[in-house]
Design a protein around this ligand. Structure first.
Ligand SMILES: C[S@@+](CC[C@H](N)C(=O)[O-])C[C@H]1O[C@@H](n2cnc3c(N)ncnc32)[C@H](O)[C@@H]1O
Length: 271
């Protein structure tokens, strides 16, 4: 149906056509499309690297893990940031994105590795067989300086988020950090978003607080976009042995005074 709509508009299917050029790599369009908007594919990655530098301690990070790495958009940017003795592990649930990243990034740079996590997910991996609540990030305890997730907690339910938080507390080195971009919902924000016709690229309003501090943009669309209050995130972090370290408001919510473009940015460290 989307294809028919685009061809009626005379634009063709956005997933088909020439590869997306990104920092010297040619990424198959259908894989890049699943990672993010094609029009600003590299610019968004520039914003990610800036956030990792400003809030995540990227300059001093040696061992890095990315959850929800997609086709490796940010891994490609990190090729020129990671020290020679550094390691990067990218994890995603989309098998063909991981296969492309293994063949095109990891095969030419031994610091980089990608693994497929075969969890079932209606949108990204419908035939998955692994359970999120039994998942272990394949890294030893206390060995990672920086863990990051861009636009991944934005689709996640509390149980899955809690599992990842527990894993982060296990694998972080003392002094290490977790950086996540997500939608943080403060008091009065849903009413504000409703009034202005929605924030972000998808007119998000987060009218549904389905449990305390956990919001769903549209419960009819699962997973769809999810949001959390700062208090709920602090509680989830504390349960895992982490604490919220920094919070930077993103431009998405159009609520004024934003510090970063796109989604809100949070960092966590060991409690
Ligand atoms: C919106 S995309 C963002 C991709 C990438 N972080 C970027 O910004 O370029 C969300 C990604 O999270 C992945 N994902 C969803 N659930 C996940 C999970 N439980 N564990 C790891 N990755 C997940 C999806 O497959 C998808 O690649």
């Amino acid at each position: 149906m989307i294809r028919r709509l685009f061809s009626r508009l005379g634009k063709g299917d956005p997933k088909e056509g020439s590869p997306v050029h990104h920092r010297g790599f040619n990424i198959p369009r259908h894989l890049a499309w699943r990672t993010g908007t094609l029009a600003n594919f590299t610019a968004v990655s520039d914003n990610h690297i800036e956030a990792l530098t400003r809030f995540g301690g990227l300059a001093d990070a040696v061992d890095v893990v990315e959850i929800g790495c997609g086709v490796g958009r940010d891994a490609i940017a990190l090729l020129s940031h990671l020290p020679n003795d550094g390691t990067y592990l990218g994890i995603d649930i989309m098998p063909d994105s991981i296969a492309w990243a293994q063949k095109n990034i990891a095969a030419t740079d031994k610091r980089f590795a990608f693994v497929h996590f075969n969890v079932a997910d209606k949108q990204h991996n419908p035939s998955g067989t692994e359970a999120m609540d039994a998942y272990s990030v394949p890294r030893e305890d206390g060995t990672v300086d920086l863990i990051f997730l861009f636009s991944v907690f934005t689709h996640m339910f509390p149980g899955d988020l809690a599992r990842y938080m527990g894993e982060f507390a296990r694998i972080l080195r003392p002094g290490g950090r977790v950086l996540a971009s997500m939608f943080v919902i403060h008091e009065g924000l849903p009413a504000h978003l409703e009034k202005i016709g929605g924030g972000g690229a998808r007119n998000l309003t987060f009218q549904h607080e389905v449990e305390p501090g956990f919001f769903h943009n549209d419960p009819a669309k699962v997973p769809g976009a999810t949001g959390y209050s700062l208090q709920r995130l602090e509680e989830e972090a504390a349960k895992a042995g982490l604490k919220v370290e920094a919070f930077a408001r993103g431009q998405w919510s159009l609520s004024g005074g934003h510090e970063v473009p796109g989604q809100d940015i949070l960092t966590f460290s060991l409690a």
